[in-house]
Design a protein around this ligand. Structure first.
Ligand SMILES: [Zn+2]
Ligand SMILES: [Zn+2]
Length: 269
């Protein structure tokens, strides 16, 4: 089984003391690729360091990229858009144009849950970063919280040019259809395992065509581990919940969502 975690903050300090074990468990669970979404300049260096890390298999032998790899994206998270957002954008842009390979511009978006003080700046930063992605021919990873209508409104301006993943999707069937009609994939994570979530019904209605899997680790831990730190090996719990809602087997869900992930990150050749 090949699983791809399209969204995992494995570079955060929560994994400092047991990163090797966490990565081993991911490999043993069938995870072949982990994409690292960026947050801001406080953690960009940690992200790049992890992406450059020489990894070994659980038995200590060297591993090839076909077996397992950790891949960087770059951007400024909406919660990090403050007064100094121009500086943050300049730093992310410098990384994106440094010659190093990045797989997406992300995570970028709008977050009205924590703070709406810099709403205007968030929108401007989102538009600017979408424009970079179009210039660089990269997908985007969208973070949206209490802001789906505004995010969709911004994406409409770039219809047919911007593409990517609407990460941690937890909206309605109508929103799912609107987003996928814009050519976007929906990142589905641990929320689907929560009893109060409608996501299973949404997936049952829209199918797998535009679905990719993610953990958003260390956040949004799926059941039965909710309340503890999330990790990429738990992606199989997300896969199982989707399989259950569609009455399909897990292998099939893993295969289709992994193909979708390779497509959106332009790694299908
Ligand atoms: Zn996010
Ligand atoms: Zn994230």
């Amino acid at each position: 089984m090949m699983l791809i975690d399209t969204h995992c903050h494995l570079y955060l300090s929560k994994y400092d003391y047991d990163l090797k074990e966490v990565v081993d468990r991911a490999m043993m669970s069938g995870v072949k690729k982990i994409f690292l979404p960026a947050i801001d300049s406080e953690t960009h260096e940690r992200l790049l360091k992890l992406a450059d890390k020489q990894l070994t298999a659980p038995n200590g032998t060297a591993i090839s990229k076909a077996d397992f790899e950790i891949l960087p994206t770059m951007g400024v998270h909406p919660c990090s858009i403050k007064e100094n957002f121009e500086e943050e954008l300049a730093i992310a842009h410098a990384h994106l144009t440094s010659g190093r390979k990045f797989y997406a511009v992300g995570e970028i978006g709008l977050d009205y849950y924590w703070d709406v003080t810099h709403k205007e700046q968030q929108i401007r930063a989102l538009e600017r970063q979408i424009e970079w992605s179009i210039e660089m021919n990269l997908p985007i990873v969208i973070h949206s919280r209490n802001s789906t209508a505004d995010c969709i409104h911004v994406l409409r301006q770039y219809e047919g040019r911007a593409k990517g993943i609407f990460h941690c999707f937890s909206g309605s069937v109508d929103e799912a259809r609107e987003i996928t009609q814009l050519g976007f994939y929906l990142g589905i994570g641990g929320v689907i395992t929560y009893k109060t979530s409608d996501l299973k019904d949404v997936i049952a209605k829209i199918g797998l065509k535009n679905i990719v899997l993610e953990t958003d680790a260390p956040y949004l831990t799926p059941l039965p581990h909710r309340g503890k730190r999330n990790e990429p090996s738990y992606i199989k719990l997300v896969c199982a919940a989707i399989a259950q809602s569609l009455n399909k087997d897990m292998d099939r869900v893993a295969q289709i969502t992994s193909e979708n992930a390779l497509t959106v990150f332009q790694m299908n050749s």
